[in-house]
Design a binder for this molecule. Structure first.
Ligand SMILES: C[S@@+](CC[C@H](N)C(=O)[O-])C[C@H]1O[C@@H](n2cnc3c(N)ncnc32)[C@H](O)[C@@H]1O
Length: 392
């Protein structure tokens, strides 16, 4: 353990906490990075490896505790604590099993335990009762765990080639379906997925707070039929609801598109929902903006090109823009969640989290160019404004 590096990191953390603005995305990301570095500096190499080896049982225990709805019990009795016996009576699970599972939750900091076998809610427990925790844990674990457990075998059998085909991705090989077919067949998980999608950016800046949206509003055509923005693959319309709430009808129609099974259930004031597959030519012509959030990371380049070309066919080349909200990976020190998400997207659909170079190459391959990239934190998705490249 190198004491000097620990002290130097502790000093940097102190400085960042004292002088950085903790509400700023960059400062928050820097602090998290320093804390990770500090943990690595304190841990021996053996401890680091053991921590990694024992992550899967932690996730499996968390999935079970969410299944048993134990966090809502803790939150209901905030301050008083709930004993293992009471949890056992409420859930029907054997008391000794509860003790074993809750030991993991306490060690992960997801609840507290000041007395033996009594558990108290923390801020993190509350988040686990909300859609992001409750629905996200269930949906993402069930969607990905079977495939991730077979990923190394898949890659070995495929001679360590990078998965490039949605229809032959690791999830397809493992369970015979890729993510969207699996969700369509598992309606309960589809509902959890939709809820997770709507909630996973709570408390984070909206895309239109990061991107100067007047770039779209200034110069937008104003007449009753003019479409301001089409949210393609917009799920339940959560992003459009926020845009509408902020700007009301200031700039024209707002259209939500998703596969018919999803779009048909969406009824939101100020938003027109429409069933549409982005594998077909875009029917809404000449909109000011075609917006894709967390879409292209689901797919390999060949399919992204198809989606982009279907969009380009509807664009007014001098008026319309494509707005992409996705991660733009840095060339060094990619944050843990983004690098892990890349492996997840690879597994469930041959998808990719892309670096700036990969985005530029992908877009150029279909005659598009990047006008600008906006971001407030390395841990957050970026906003990429894209237009047809009209230079010869
Ligand atoms: C990762 S989610 C992103 C949802 C939303 N844009 C967000 O960021 O919260 C991907 C979305 O793409 C939709 N989708 C999948 N295949 C599609 C297709 N062929 N055409 C249109 N939407 C599709 C899914 O139903 C889902 O809502």
């Amino acid at each position: 353990m190198a004491t000097t590096s620990i002290l130097s990191l502790a000093d940097k953390i102190k400085k960042e906490t004292t002088h950085g603005s903790l509400s700023s995305g960059h400062s928050h990301a820097r602090l998290l990075q320093l804390v990770d570095e500090l943990k690595l500096a304190v841990e021996t190499p053996t401890e680091t490896i053991l921590r990694l080896i024992y992550q899967p049982p932690e996730n499996a225990a968390l999935r079970t505790v969410v299944d048993l709805a134990i966090f809502p019990l803790l939150v209901e009795r905030a301050g008083k604590g709930v004993s293992a016996t009471e949890i056992s009576m409420c859930t029907g699970a054997e008391r000794d099993l509860i003790v074993r599972l809750m030991r993991v939750m306490t060690s992960l900091g997801l609840c507290a335990s000041f007395k033996p076998e009594v558990y108290y809610a923390t801020e993190k427990s509350i988040t686990l009762t909300q859609p992001i925790g409750r629905d996200g844990v269930q949906c993402i674990y069930d969607l990905t765990a079977p495939t991730l457990s077979k990923l190394s075998e898949y890659l070995r059998q495929h001679n360590y080639t990078n998965p490039k085909e949605y229809s032959a991705c690791p999830m397809q090989w493992t369970i015979g379906q890729s993510q969207f077919e699996w969700l369509a067949k598992n309606t309960q998980h589809q509902a959890l997925f939709n809820s997770y999608m709507s909630s996973r950016r709570e408390g984070r800046p909206n895309w239109f707070d990061v991107y100067p949206v007047e770039r779209l509003m200034d110069g937008a055509i104003h007449h009753s039929e003019a479409v301001f923005l089409v949210d393609i693959g917009g799920n339940q319309g959560h992003d459009l609801v926020k845009l509408h709430a902020r700007f009301l009808n200031a700039s024209g129609r707002l259209i939500l598109q998703d596969i018919p099974e999803i779009a048909s259930s969406v009824k939101r004031p100020g938003i027109e929902a429409m069933g549409y597959s982005f594998f077909d030519p875009q029917p809404i012509k000449g909109a000011r903006a075609y917006y894709f959030r967390a879409i292209f990371h689901d797919w390999p380049d060949r399919i992204c090109q198809k989606i982009l070309l279907n969009t380009v066919s509807a664009m007014d080349p001098r008026y319309s823009r494509i707005i992409i909200v996705d991660f733009v990976l840095s060339d060094t020190n990619v944050p843990r969640m983004q690098s892990a998400m890349d492996i997840q997207m690879m597994s469930i659909g041959a998808g990719v989290e892309r670096s700036k170079r990969q985005w530029v190459d992908l877009l150029a391959s279909v005659g598009l160019k990047v006008n600008g990239i906006w971001n407030t934190s390395p841990g957050m998705e970026s906003i990429i404004e894209v237009v047809p490249d009209l230079t010869e």
